[in-house]
Write a protein that binds this ligand. Sequence first.
Ligand code: FES
Length: 511
Amino acid sequence: ESYWLASTPHTNYGPMPGDTTVDVAVIGGGIAGLTTALLLKEEGKRVAVIEADHIVEGITAYTTAKITALHNLIYDHLERSFDAETAQLYAQANQAALEPVADRVKQYNIACDFLRQPAYTYTADQNEVEKIEAEVAAARAAGLAVEFVRESALPYPIAGAIRLDNQAQFHPRKYLLGLAQLINSDGSYVWESTRALKVEDGEPCRVTTSRGVLTADHVIIATHFPFQDSAAYFARMEPHRSYVLAVTLHGPAPEGMYITTDSSHSIRRQPMANGRELLLVGGEGHKTGKADDTAERYARIEAWARSNFPVDDVIYSWSTQDYATFDRVPFIGPAGPTSKNVYVATGFKGWGMTSGTLAGLTLCGAITGREVPWAKVFNPNRVDLAGLPKMAAAQAQVAKEFVMDLIKPTPKDGDVSVGEGRIVKGEDGDVAVYDAPDGTRFAVSATCTHMGCKVNWSPAELSWDCPCHGSRFAVDGTVLEGPAQKRLEPRVVKSHHDETPQQDVRVETGD
Ligand code: FES
């Protein structure tokens, strides 16, 4: 559980009561969905946010919650791979995303630990300083008031950093639960336990849900990975997992929000209600489904934190998944090349608090007809030339996964240590088996229901992760992360130690 979830109450909005008509249907109750909904409501639209489970319990609840226009070394990349105008519009958009948050915190008096902070992208490696200097030049040319510094509040020396003042941090759930309350009145709604099953574009659009049909002039799909993939998003983004520890320190935590040039470590402080402070330390990222040492990743972050800060105790730990586009610019705009009234927001590459708010500004502009200068930069239907080499490499890797799955022998032995996940040969193909400490055996098909790759075990999270496009499944086969929409089917595998048939695992259907 993340600190954000642990320190806020669970929500209990009811489900959609039946067929309903509004002006705008928003699918997904994270930062992109709720921000867009509130901005549209402020413009006089009647909106409905529907969430399959509970709002702000998805990826938004597992962020490090920085709002900043400084995204590693993005501006030099944009200038080189696109052009100076793209870099300027990207900077303008991300800088503009901060103020709507600050304004609403003030206007609606939302107590969410909002705090202005300087943001840093830094390196401790002298060889990386040149990259920082290039980023400073590109970010300045893009219009950001950045500076190159060799000093920071970190308790260890750095070789250099790019610094941008007046950025911000906040408690994302406190902020967004405040937004949800503001949305849910006067003909606008927040509905939980309402799963979108199908979106039909048109005039009006129809969203078929588990609770009836939601009809709207416009639909926004803000479900982290678009649950209805109308533009091959699975092939145009790469999923990454990363890990966060929240630790207490002997002494105060440093001012500022930090990330290394290669994202290997991210640091920022966070006040707690008891007057103490946490230091959030993130990192150890990897492509989803491609690391067999996930359990050690937390240990490595902790070791790094303890060697660099006076750590007292580890209080919380959590992991998260981000999708990154291959050209490193999020997809915000019409859902597909022929979409009229359906929009998506995805591919935030770990900068979801800023990009989610930026998505709200952009989609609100698109729906109300207000011109948004940066819209073309984020248009999901752009030709992502800058990302082509990486996209081709990723597809080659997916093809390799398929071939490896075919030729890699699968053990027939159904014996699995308690607490371990393992793939074994079953009568109907490979089976992903997990033996829980209470003796329950979970056995499901090992074939990802998205496009057929074989899933891998993640010991840190007790999940089956697909190395091809990042779908994740719980041990009982239910979908944790898309693009897969269907669960892994239950299977039966007997252990050599147990000649009695396994106890049936109770699984819900319908996802
Ligand atoms: Fe695409 Fe598994 S996520 S094959």
